[in-house]
Design a protein around this ligand. Structure first.
Ligand code: FES
Length: 171
């Protein structure tokens, strides 16, 4: 499944960034930021190209990539659904939202957070400051609160329709 979502990495793009941004260890973060802003995550091929064509070691690249939460190591969908897992949302049923949305997107592999068709990725985030509306999720910058699992599914179906996306397990 992940393969279909993997980005095609063009070596000349990565080499161009190394030349422009720098090739020593102080350039690790900006280089990885450039990669992620292009591909939405850090493809392994891009990280390998950086390692092979700069003075930055593999442990520096992978160390930075895994240390900072801003970096993603897996491909993401065209749309991201952020489910708050702060304390108020957690006790109000954030897990139910996640289960309901994973079901409708047919994400069955527990190691995956992205629908097979590349439409949506579900992310867990820390408190977003709307605790009085718990449980809360954010879809396309819209904050949706006081959600049941069914309401979250309805919101996703509506969003998918508006964005020409297909959700597989329509009930
Ligand atoms: S805990 Fe979810 S918005 Fe604060």
């Amino acid at each position: 499944m992940e393969k279909a979502l993997e980005a095609e990495v063009e070596p000349e793009v990565i080499l161009g960034w190394i030349e422009k941004i720098g090739s020593d260890s102080s350039s690790t973060v900006p280089l990885l930021q450039a990669v992620q802003s292009e591909y939405g995550y850090l493809p392994r091929a891009a990280m390998d190209l950086i390692i092979q064509n700069s003075d930055i070691t593999g442990s520096q690249v992978y160390g930075v990539a895994t240390f900072y939460s801003q970096f993603r190591l897996k491909p993401v969908g065209r749309h991201i659904i952020r489910i708050c897992h702060g304390t108020a949302c957690h006790v109000s049923g954030a897990d139910r939202l996640k289960t309901s949305l994973r079901h409708i997107l047919n994400i069955t592999d527990e190691n995956q957070d992205t629908a097979e068709n590349g439409s949506y990725t579900i992310e867990e985030v820390a408190c977003i400051g709307c605790c009085s509306q718990a449980p809360v999720m954010v879809m396309s910058e819209d904050v949706l609160g006081n959600l049941s699992g069914a309401a979250a599914q309805r919101a996703l179906k509506k969003h998918a329709k508006q964005n020409d996306e297909i959700v597989t397990n329509i009930l």
